[in-house]
Write a protein that binds this ligand. Structure first.
Ligand code: PEP
Length: 251
């Protein structure tokens, strides 16, 4: 049975002390969660070591928000996968729409980053999703299918055990507009079909596919009740421990 995951993307928010306090609160409140729900937090790079320490002994996983597309060396300002592992990460988010939109992240770069992350032992949360123009032009299936294939068709069924997909319609991120449960479900089902066409039905069935985009305690229940939605990648609402935990309790 595939894993249910709720991951919090803190983006460029909180100072180190604020992040440590938030992580401690999440870890303390995560004790009451059902065993089949995995919680993950993704703080900024600067917080990783301190947050890893704060999460010690808890069941909360630690993710980076990005990684370098090179192994090491003269790449000023970049953070390599080995550094993330040594800081205590077990996941990294890749291909978030903000990285694609503001930092020129291409599918080609994401293939390199995913290869490095997997080889270092990190699990990858790969984000895909259409923007508003693409949705209004009726191209959402095509875009999501294209992004999924462009990155994941370079990997094996074995690699897929360590890859989670997050469907995040760009028009729903940080806007307060959530995709309806039906809109999200039809894309999730489509992603699963794409995975089945390459890796077979078992891999498709075992892959965790998260929804992201203005997910909050009030709408998580309906979204997570959909057969192909296995949890959420949460931005804004992950900055409040009570909201984040309430989302995880929505399963
Ligand atoms: C995100 O950026 O991954 C996200 C889902 O943000 P929000 O929940 O704030 O829409």
């Amino acid at each position: 049975m595939r894993k249910q995951i709720v991951a919090g993307n803190w983006k460029m928010n909180t100072t180190v002390p604020e992040g440590v306090a938030l992580a401690k609160e999440v870890a303390a409140k995560a004790k009451n969660l059902p065993a089949n729900v995995e919680l993950v937090v993704a703080p900024p790079f600067t917080h990783l070591c301190s947050v890893a320490e704060a999460l010690k002994g808890s069941c909360v996983g630690l993710s980076a928000q990005n990684c370098a597309d090179k192994e090491k060396g003269a790449y000023t300002g970049e953070v390599a996968v080995d550094m993330l592992v040594s800081a205590g990460c077990n996941y990294t988010i890749l291909g978030h729409s903000e990285r694609r939109q503001y930092y020129g992240e291409t599918d080609e770069k994401l293939v390199e980053k995913t290869k490095l992350a997997l080889s270092a032992g990190l699990k990858v949360i790969l984000c895909v999703g259409e923007n508003l123009d693409e949705r209004e032009a009726g191209k959402h299936f095509e875009i999501v299918e294209g992004q999924t294939k462009a990155v994941l068709f370079n990997f094996t069924a074995e690699d897929m055990k360590n890859i989670v997909i997050a469907y995040e319609p760009v028009w729903a991120i940080g806007t307060g507009k959530t995709a309806t449960a039906e809109q999200a479900e039809e894309i999730h089902a489509c992603i699963r079909k794409v995975l089945a066409s390459k890796f077979g039905a078992q891999v498709a069935d075992d892959t965790t596919i998260l929804y992201g985009g203005s997910c909050k305690p009030s709408n998580a229940k309906e979204l997570f009740a959909q057969p192909d939605i296995d949890g959420g990648l949460i931005g804004g609402a992950s900055l409040k421990a009570d909201d984040f935990i309430a989302i995880a309790l929505a399963f």
